[in-house]
Structure formats: structure tokens, C-alpha cells
Design a protein around this ligand. Sequence first.
Ligand SMILES: Nc1ncnc2c1ncn2[C@@H]1O[C@H](COP(=O)(O)OP(=O)(O)OP(=O)(O)O)[C@@H](O)[C@H]1O
Ligand SMILES: [Mg+2]
Length: 483
Amino acid sequence: MVAVKGELWSQVGSIIASLMFVYAMFKECFPYQLRGYLGRYSHKMVNLVYPYVQITFHEYTGERFNRSEVYGAIRTYLGACPASTLAKRLRAHDIKDNKSLILSMDDDEEITEEFQGAKLWWTSCKHVTKSQSFSFYPASDEKRYYRLTFHRRYKDLITGSYINYVVQQGKDMAVRNRQLKLYTNNSSDDWYGKGTRWSHVAFEHPATFQKLAMDLKKKEEIINDLDKFRLGKDYYSKIGKAWKRGYLLYGPPGTGKSSMIAAMANYLEYDIYDLELTAVKDNTDLKKLLIDTSNKSIIVIEDIDCSLDLTGQRNKKKDDEKDEDDEEKKKDPIRKRFEEENKKSKVTLSGLLNFIDGIWSACGGERLIVFTTNYVHKLDPALVRRGRMDKHIELSYCCFEAFKVLAYNYLDIDSHHLFEKIKCLLEETDMTPADVAENLMPKSVTEDAETCLKKLIEALELAKEEAQKKAERNTVTNLIKKK
Ligand SMILES: Nc1ncnc2c1ncn2[C@@H]1O[C@H](COP(=O)(O)OP(=O)(O)OP(=O)(O)O)[C@@H](O)[C@H]1O
Ligand SMILES: [Mg+2]
């Protein structure tokens, strides 16, 4: 009976809210003198006869595209709470590891909950505004929110405990069900059409630290560093620093920089935001992208040395060097196209420095910023100084320890009589883990571990020979230059 009464009041509330909305739409039709009078007294009337309180939680707060974390937590909670089993229309979201379905209430659905004796109603609402401008994406004008209705005698209980409980539960559930996401930034020109700054897909990269081939001590050090960061909320607040950390990964192509980022994301269970700087119009848009990233995330800028001409402002080239370079650029069509792309972006070094550790970088927390480069010496020292890029990690050519990890990954072996020979060759020759891995991968079902190891030995010997020839050629050239 109480529930029916409450539901009735909830409906009455909705009707009154709708009438007030209609009044707001057509208030221009009333004489000016009447408007203020009507507005004041309609609110008083509602308060007199309607004993229920309503709180709304909007999907977007503040700026138009700032997604509310509270809304997200409520959505998760309501999709999984026991009361949701009575809801007839649910919406399916991400499916974690293709196993568990994540549900939320569909539009205009209502569920009833009880909390410490208080009855309350959650309604999922959608408000569609008429857009003045033509848009290919009408969905961008839909504004969703949850409305919570309860008797005013429970106001303290609901605002003091229940809402905190729901948000905390929702956040915990979201962490448990979390499907990691890989985001990429949409071109600044498309933001207002599509309505979002980032697009995402499910992140399903299988890289882990266990599979990463590198010096074991270094690997352990990185894992400890990540653990310390993850658990460092109080520590960062104690030392008065924003809860973020910069990693610079550098080394030749194919040494595992991108694989390490994927391993970090899987280890920490953080989303990845892969930032393409050339698609960002200017420093203001860069700031907006930063604000729109979530906590527990890794913001990645790959190949930072070629993302933009960020070094240009400080390291002015000598004129003769410049001319030679310009000639080369003209000949190379890929480079020419790349230069043209870069011209569209007005992101500057100072804009990027602000992005990393300006005041805005402290919005939210628990974020890693990772830069990768093949040419660490090309970067401006201001960009990579400690405090911005706190940890510099060199990923280098394959050592014997790294080879053993690869042999175990690819061939399921941890010892073999050919290992000793490979160890010697790796000490004399530079080969990237990517090349070693390629040689170790069986190319047919008949290829066994021994065949693959022999293939690797051949490749290493060839690489050694080529390196020797190159060194001899260089010596001769240097001698000629000296003469
Ligand atoms: N250290 C490593 N451990 C395990 N696999 C590796 C490692 N380095 C490279 N690989 C293998 O080589 C491939 C290429 O590696 P990855 O893309 O991580 O290199 P990278 O350093 O990012 O190269 P680039 O500088 O060209 O972007 C990966 O798919 C992976 O299979
Ligand atoms: Mg890479």
C-alpha cells in the first residue's frame, strides 16, 4: 500500500514537473506582470501538497561534454542492484572478456529500492532539445539523467548515507567489471559534429610483463615503480604533488616500447588514451582533451620526436644543415605529407609542457603520461626533465635474459644446448627483440624448437658479418676524410 502510494506520488511528481516544464516553455504567452507571480506561487503550491523530494543526476555536468563520474557510478549500481531484476527494459553495455553482460536501466524505466526502511524511486530520464543547427548526429542533443524521488522525512538519510553508498558501490562494481578501453582523439574539426573528443574500442592487447623480454632487474624495478604509484594517493597528497607520473620509453624500433605500454595497462588495469598530436588544433584543444580523460588511465604520445616540430623553438639548426634537410624533405613524399599535416596543428612545446604538468594536469588523478621515441637526444630537455618525465626507461637490443623469455614464449623451452652459442652471438651482435622473436616463431607445424634456434643463429651470424663490413667501410671513409 505504502509502495503504491509512493509510486503514485512519484507519478504526481513527474506530472507536476512536466507542467512546470510546459509553463517554462510557454511563459512568454503570459503577460509580463503575471509571470513572476505565477512562477513564485506555483513552486509554493507544489511544496505544500507534494511531500516528496527529487534529486537529479545529469550525465554531463559543467561544460557540455564533461561526463559525470557520479552519473556513471549510479548507472552501474542501478544496472546490478537487486531491484533492477524487476525492471522490464534494460540496456546492454560493454561485455567484459565476452563473458559478463553489463546492464543499465533503459530510458524512462523506473525501479523501486528500499534503504534502511526508506522507500525510494529511481527513474532514468531523457531530455531531447531541439537543435538550432543541422547535425548528422541527433544523439548529441539527448541529455540523460537519473531522478531520485523519496519522502522528505528521509532527506538526511538519503543525502547523508544512501547516495554515498550508491556511488561507492557503483564505482567498486565498475572496477570489477571493467573492460579496458583504448581511446584515440577525434580531429578537433569533428568535435562539434560527433560530439565527443575521444573515440574508443575495447582494449584487448595480450602483452604482459611476464611476456616482455628485457633485463629482469629492470623489469622488476618498473613493476615496483608502478605498484608504488598505484598505491600512492596519500603519499602524493602528502608531498603536495598531483597524482600522476611521466614515463619516457626510448630505444630503437622493435625493442618493445609499445608492448610495454600495453603491459602497463594490463597490469594496472588502466585505460589507454593514445593522443595523436597532429589532430589537435591548438593548445586550448589539447587542454580540453586532457580534461576529458578519466582517472586510472595512461595517456600516450608515441614517437614524440616526430609528432610535431616541438624541438624547433629551442634547437635552431645551422643554416647549412637546414638547406640540406630541406632538399631531402622535398624528395620524400611521405615526409612532405607529414609536414603538411603538422602545419594544421598549432600545438606548441609550451602547450605540451602545460599539458603534462600545468595546473590543469592536476584535474583528476592516477594518470600516467608516457612518451615513446626512437631518438631521445632529439627531444627538448625541458620536455623530458625529471618531474615531467619522472622515469626514463631505455629499451634496447636483445640480451641473453631477454632471449630466454622469448624462447619460453615462442618455443616453450627454458634450456637447450644451442643456448650457449646464441648467448655469445647476442653479446657480439645487436638484434632487436622483434627480430629475435620473428626468427623464433615456427613458420610451419613441422618446424621444431631446434630448427627455429638454428634459424636464429644464422640470422645472428649474418647480422654480425654485416656489422663488421659496415664498421670496415666507416673506417675507410674516415681515413679518406682525414686525408
Ligand atoms: N621486449 C620485447 N618483448 C617481447 N616482445 C617484443 C619485445 N620487443 C619487441 N617485441 C615484439 O616485436 C613486436 C614489435 O614491438 P613493439 O611494437 O613493442 O616495438 P617498439 O619499440 O614500439 O617499436 P617502434 O619504435 O617501431 O614503435 C611486438 O609485437 C612484439 O611481438
Ligand atoms: Mg611502438
